[in-house]
Design a protein around this ligand. Structure first.
Ligand code: NDP
Length: 297
């Protein structure tokens, strides 16, 4: 068997097109332009790349992008003051603080200072709680993107066995909650799990969010499984340079799985597309307008 390779780039493009069409409808019919504020603290080069890319795609979708680049020496108080100001700015529908933050700033305090309805990353404690209790929430972008790809493949996910490897607050836990919400039978594996291979041998869906290069071998998979590889790891290549790989050994998994996301070009592009989708959703909700169902859950 050779797995279908799920094209995350193409998928993300479709979402961005839908976002752009809702944005132009909001502008034309209501005179409302959705706005996303992104705050970067410090000079981490990888974070700078992400923030630039988010700003560019926000503008390409027709939305307003408000970017704040604060110095490494910014205090927690100064950051919280800026968030407070953006919380009450009606032109801003989504607020994202790029993580990680410099040492000395408490990430939870910052995340929880964002108004939950503008928390387009979905990390606020209220959104985590609402997701886990089945209420309407802002859903973290990466798991939302994974779910959209799974829904496109299966339609109805109910009754499928899903194993999520990883239990972080930003990927593993919300992913498990979303799959549970879709009526999958969900197992969450982590670094203390002793029977991972056995669990995977019966998994129709595998979501790998571990942060260990090529960790999941194709031999461990159930034939025909759908594999969503969230991991982004840089390893050395044969020429002495580096290359990006996922948490799944793509080459061995391709001959056992039914479908698999590649790295790069799988989950990664979906994350920013879902950030834009969440911003539009937040804008519809802020104005008490019926939100586009295909952009949220
Ligand atoms: P974390 O480091 O926060 O979590 C990793 C998880 O993997 C932990 O729950 C850990 O378990 C678990 N784990 C570690 N070793 C094992 C093992 N041997 N067996 C089973 N589980 C194990 O990572 P994140 O969730 O933030 O990210 C995971 C990966 O996804 C990273 O590569 C990251 O770069 C990538 N990522 C990609 C995104 C995208 O847009 N594509 C977005 C976000 C992340 P324990 O809790 O016990 O320590």
């Amino acid at each position: 068997m050779t797995a279908d390779v799920i094209d995350g780039k193409q998928f993300a493009l479709q979402i961005r097109e839908r976002v752009a069409s809702h944005v132009s409808e909001l502008i034309d019919s209501k005179g409302i332009t959705p706005g996303l504020a992104v705050i970067l603290v410090g000079d981490d080069p990888a974070s700078e790349v992400y923030v630039r890319s988010k700003g560019k795609q926000t503008v390409e979708a027709g939305m307003n992008s408000f970017e704040y680049h604060l110095s490494e020496t910014t205090t927690q108080g100064e950051l919280l003051a800026l968030i407070g100001q953006l919380n009450s700015d009606t032109a801003v529908h989504g607020i994202l603080v790029q993580l990680p933050l410099p040492k000395g700033i408490d990430e939870s305090a910052v995340t929880n200072a964002i108004a939950p309805e503008k928390d387009v990353d979905g990390f606020h404690i209220s959104n985590a709680g609402m997701l886990s209790t089945g209420q309407k929430a802002m859903v973290p972008c990466t798991p939302l993107g994974c779910l959209m790809m799974l829904r496109a493949r299966y339609g109805d996910l109910s009754g499928l066995n899903a194993v999520v490897i990883g239990r972080s607050n930003i990927v593993g836990k919300p992913m498990a909650q979303l799959l549970l919400r879709e009526s999958c039978t969900v197992t969450v594996a982590h670094s203390h799990t002793t029977n991972l291979q056995q669990l995977l041998s019966d998994a129709d869906i595998v979501v790998a969010a571990v942060g260990r290069p090529l960790f999941v071998s194709g031999d461990w998979l159930k034939p025909g499984a759908t594999v969503i590889d969230v991991g982004i790891n840089r390893i050395e290549n044969a020429e002495g340079g580096t290359r990006l790989v996922g948490d799944v050994d793509f080459d061995s998994a391709k001959s056992k799985a039914g479908a698999i996301t590649p790295v790069p070009g799988g989950v990664g592009p979906m994350t920013i597309a879902c950030l834009l989708a969440n911003t539009v959703t937040a804008c519809y909700r802020a104005h008490s307008l019926p939100e586009p169902l295909e952009l949220s859950i």
